[in-house]
Design a protein around this ligand. Sequence first.
Ligand SMILES: O=C(CO)[C@H](O)[C@H](O)COP(=O)(O)O
Ligand SMILES: [Co+2]
Length: 222
Amino acid sequence: MTIISPSILSADMLNLKDQIKQVENGGAEMVHIDVMDGHFVPNITMGPWIVKSLSKVSSLERDVHLMIERPENYIDDFCESGAEIVTIHQEASTHLDRNIAKIKNNGCKAGVSINPATPIEQIKWILTKVDLVLIMSVNPGFGGQKFINYSLDKIKELNKIRYENGLDFFIQVDGGITNSNAFDVVKAGADILVAGSSVFSSELGIEKSVQLLKNASKAANV
Ligand SMILES: O=C(CO)[C@H](O)[C@H](O)COP(=O)(O)O
Ligand SMILES: [Co+2]
């Protein structure tokens, strides 16, 4: 079964509690929290405080995507604030193996992410140690961008490596996911779909948009 992780990057922060209820009602299992530092990516967003606030109002699994330089300086803070998954970027980690171990030692699930132009080869040696691999299907920094099509080949390549080596990490895909491409993304091997603008900015409403992503994923899993 495919998991839906709506990204609150596109949510209405003044109505966040209500909007989180709507994604829950639509059937989402996680909530995706995009943390940006204005250095690794050209945008600034939120910190551990939002994770703590979400943990008080929702039981959705808190899925933290760190788009920051020197992630090792913030891993403790995010885990202590109630993050359940902490994903760091390969491109931002000088000592990736050490940082993944640090996330796990904090009792969180550890994820590694790669930008669209980064080859799977770059994370080959860490695949046995991570709980999740996040394939970015847009250049990180902003919501509402268009899905980069060659990401599908990267998902397929990673899925093949996972199968051939008997590994069991989740494949998460983030950026430009909509009701129209969810089927192909899941068919390629994705287990978790992150969706921001197609959930929170849709004319169909939040609950219905999550349901449509769920339905598209279900069709791909038949
Ligand atoms: O990590 C991200 C951007 O860097 C976001 O999670 C992602 O872009 C989700 O937004 P959308 O679904 O609108 O593309
Ligand atoms: Co993200």
